[in-house]
Design a protein around this ligand. Structure first.
Ligand code: ITT
Length: 196
């Protein structure tokens, strides 16, 4: 069965594909499948937005689709940037702007704890949508480390690995990330349903 990744974020798409490679799905990006879909992210929660991405992509293409809505929740900022993580600094997902804004907001704050959240939704049809969430806890460093990943990865430090997400290999990030945890939960639900 073909499965479309309802995302225009290349970093996410690489991770989604890698973590879904042990499923029977033929996982394709929108570009690989020859589609262009833009979804207005006007939901109030990660789950709402993930469902919207999956459902609207299914509606536009007729192909089962998986949406991912994710972001960084910083404890000292009352959960910001949260669902606004991509657009918080004015642009859309530009790493330098986002990290600069985060450094500014955290100036003088001692509590550097944060977590990444990821909601995934898989639309098997417009009505049949399966959702799951995953989390990864960390702390925000004062300076960047590493060149891997995307978004906030260079300043998101994971104690168990003693590294930032950007210092991990793709495989290492995919073992512990919020995205891989969400997909693991999704795969369990799909297997319970007999879909995979
Ligand atoms: P799509 O909606 O097309 O999927 P997007 O980048 O707009 O792409 P989101 O609205 O879900 O996706 O925004 C997620 C943002 O949160 C993303 O742009 C990053 O800034 C940040 N983010 C999410 N997961 C991340 C990760 O694994 N590493 C670093 N930053 C991440």
């Amino acid at each position: 069965m073909k499965l479309l990744m309802a995302t225009n974020n290349k970093g996410k798409a690489l991770e989604l594909k890698a973590v879904l490679k042990d499923t029977p799905f033929e996982v394709l990006s929108l570009k690989e499948a020859g589609f262009e879909v833009e979804v207005d992210e006007d939901g109030h929660t990660f789950i709402e937005n993930a469902i919207k991405k999956a459902k609207e992509t299914y509606r536009a293409t007729g192909v089962p689709s998986v949406g991912d809505d994710s972001g960084l929740e910083v404890y000292a900022l009352n959960g910001a940037p949260g669902i606004y993580s991509a657009r918080w600094a004015g642009g859309h997902g530009e790493q330098d702007l986002l990290i600069e804004k985060l450094m500014k907001e955290l100036q003088g704050k001692n509590d550097r704890r944060a977590r990444f959240t990821c909601a995934v939704a898989l639309a098997l049809s417009e009505e049949d949508i399966i959702c799951a969430e995953g989390y990864c806890e960390g702390v925000i460093l004062n300076e960047r480390r590493g060149n891997g990943g995307f978004g906030y990865d260079p300043v998101f430090y994971v104690e168990s690995k003693k590294k930032t997400f950007a210092e991990l290999t793709a495989d290492e990030k995919n073992q512990i990330s919020h995205r891989s945890m969400a997909l693991k939960n999704l795969k369990s639900k799909l297997s319970e349903r007999g879909v995979i």
